[in-house]
Design a protein around this ligand. Sequence first.
Ligand SMILES: Cc1ncc(COP(=O)(O)O)c(C=O)c1O
Length: 406
Amino acid sequence: MRNKIYFDYAATTPVDPRAARAMAPYFSEKFGNTMSLHNFGQEAKNALEESRQIVADLMGAKQNEIIFTGSATESNNLALKGIAFANKNKGRHIVISPIEHPCIMESAKWLEKQGFKITRLPVNKYGLVSLGDIRKSIGKETILVSIIHASNEIGTIQPIAEIGKICKEKGVYFHTDAVQSFGKIPINVNEMSIDLLSASSHKMYGPKGAACLFIREGVGIEPILHGGGQESGLRSSTVNVPAIVGFAKACQICKKEMEKEGVRLAKLRDKLINGVLRKIPNSYLNGPPAGLLYPSSSEASEAGHPKKRLPNNVNFRFDFIEGESMVIQLDLLGVSVSTGSACSSVKLEPSHVLLATGLKHEQAHGSLRVTLGRWTKESEIDYFLKVLPPIIKRLRRISPFKNYGK
Ligand SMILES: Cc1ncc(COP(=O)(O)O)c(C=O)c1O
């Protein structure tokens, strides 16, 4: 039997063996609590601070600007609620996009119930927000703009430096959810005028259970967890040192390999996109067109340019069939893909991201997300291109939507 093919790197990634090796001593040998004064504690504390420096380096931040959390869901909750409650006397208006991850969407909804006003800006058919809309949405009451850096579903990379510039000019905080971009494309919090940034270890070949929130020096934030005062009082909890050490090692590896890996993956991505669109009639690409190999931060200045897609993201749409049936058929052949984000795939609701780009319910239902990563080989793309067309043909033949493909 053929080896399994994993094409769901946006949901989670395997831990790189180099990160796993770096973590190993911190389970049973160097297991101290970072708050303890004795040698075990100090050893753990040193590992924590070294890790903080390494994570900070990958985004051009200072060591003291990184807070470790347990997940990006937690980082995003802390960013939104923490800024909201620290600034509630200044203003109560927050701006987000309609293609944020559920942890931003739901935090915003919860804040609405607490009396905050949320503006959800529209996006164009590629999932891009308009800089003009951002500018217009910021008023006297606005305290925060939070826009996802790269979409977990359709891979759209927002003009983050331009958005940061507008927020800086207008004197409002700017948060970005960089979970899908951190370690994959260059990020510099200073060049991009970012005040807060969330990233997650398990999306970049580190372990689950570690994530971070960058908080620019001087930005006040209210904690949501109260307790022993770890992480400068912003995230009380005993620190998960092994996971953080693994996260830091994963950052080091990404820093070294990012550029080469980005080009390699973008080539595979484009081969996959071109192959599917050529071989399968009535198939479409959701999100920005392929073709731009490796967007750098300077390219962000061509705001609104549609060719801005993560190097590892592909999202297709096929007429007359449902994403779930494709996922099951591919899974039977050992190929793991998804219909959208891992969170939404269990809900069987059309993706809010695809709907926001203007797709109809039935179009969004016919979508398939294929995300590539460090262990993706060209032969796996070839295999996918071989097995997908007959699957689509078969599903269309039995589709209630249209008697297609006979
Ligand atoms: C864009 C984005 N933000 C936030 C999250 C949540 O991250 P975590 O799994 O670390 O809570 C995810 C994970 O799917 C994501 O893709």
